[in-house]
Design a protein around this ligand. Structure first.
Ligand code: ASP
Length: 325
């Protein structure tokens, strides 16, 4: 696609996701604050998601907050049928039902999450509603779905013909426990640092493909799949959720940064912690990304094959993460 067409399409997408009036209003609102950082805005996300990163980066360039940018950015991947582990077109559980998990966390330490939600596409936005419009942090399953309808979310069929076909092929040849290997994951975790020095993040997934019904991984668990502390930095995870939960991976990385580690060193240390708890059994993948409040970034994974995308000078750059193996 020609560059101009791409950006034309992108700006329509951005306006579509946000609404032009709302974008202007929020921009005016934030522009009344002084710019605090020179190396901002920064957005970074797990895997290869250039459109999501351009949306979040350009929103922040327009003066939109890190929280809005993080929720709007991942919404692109939630609506992308080709992404088989987020939103529409994602792999279902063993029973053929697509259930989604997501969470968000803002610069003030507010957070919200939804788990095992059926029929709702934009679950990161729904997690934000839980954060802003309820006294709770977590809403699960039917309760989260009912809450979504009460907030005007539309019922969406998340199982597409393609994802149904893949599930049918899987169920004919296998009833074994699903594994997260090096390929089988794609959770989008996004961290944003806006021009006013504020951090926020979002994390959205369908979890492990062909998981047990009711299984919830790390992605919607605050501290595991995502953690943000505006004084220090933020981290998010992808890969085998059970391993991330057991070490409270994202919280661990933020605490390591609080104690002086760079984002890169903190991600490496968190992967080491997972490896040391699994005594050499490493047939699964975990990847972390992190940023600190100065805008430095880091990424590390157990195995090769993990990449991340970040926003720099108006462009989305995808790059391979360093890995233990
Ligand atoms: N972390 C996700 C989970 O365990 C899976 C993934 O990253 O694909 O649910």
């Amino acid at each position: 696609m020609k560059r101009r067409n791409f950006f034309g399409k992108l700006s329509m997408t951005v306006s579509g996701f946000l609404g032009v009036n709302s974008l202007e209003a929020q921009s005016q609102n934030l522009n009344s604050n002084p710019k605090r950082l020179t190396n901002s805005p920064l957005s970074i996300a797990t895997w290869n998601c250039p459109e999501a990163i351009l949306i979040s980066g350009k929103l922040m360039e327009a003066g939109i907050s890190a929280l809005d940018a993080a929720v709007k950015g991942v919404a692109f991947e939630e609506a992308n049928e080709k992404n088989t582990t987020v939103g529409i077109g994602a792999s279902p559980d063993q029973s053929g039902c697509v259930t989604l998990d997501a969470c968000v966390m803002d610069d003030k330490g507010n957070c919200g999450a939804v788990m095992a939600v059926e029929n709702i596409l934009h679950v990161a936005k729904l997690a934000r509603k839980v954060m802003e419009d309820t006294p709770h942090v977590n809403l699960a399953a039917a309760g989260a779905e009912e809450f979504a309808y009460s907030k005007g979310f539309k019922k969406t069929k998340l199982l597409t013909p393609a994802s149904k076909k893949r599930w049918e092929a899987w169920s004919q040849k296998s009833n074994s426990s699903p594994k997260i290997n090096v390929e089988n994951h794609d959770t989008i975790g996004m961290l944003c640092l806006d021009d006013y020095g504020n951090l926020s993040g979002s994390c959205t997934t369908s979890g492990l493909a062909y998981k047990m019904k009711g299984r919830v991984g790390d992605s919607p668990i605050i501290g595991s799949g995502l953690f943000v502390d505006n004084e220090v930095g933020a981290a998010t995870a992808t890969g085998l959720g059970e391993a991330v939960i057991k070490t409270v991976g994202s919280f661990l990385i933020v605490e390591l940064m609080r104690n002086g580690c760079s984002p890169q060193k903190a991600c490496e240390e968190a992967i080491q912690r997972i490896l040391s708890k699994h005594s050499g059994k490493t047939d699964f993948q975990v990847g972390f990304i992190a940023i600190n409040i100065s805008g430095e970034k880091g990424a590390y994974s157990i195995h090769k094959g993990f990449s991340y995308t970040y926003f720099k000078s108006g462009r989305a750059i995808n790059t391979s993460s360093a890995s233990f193996y």
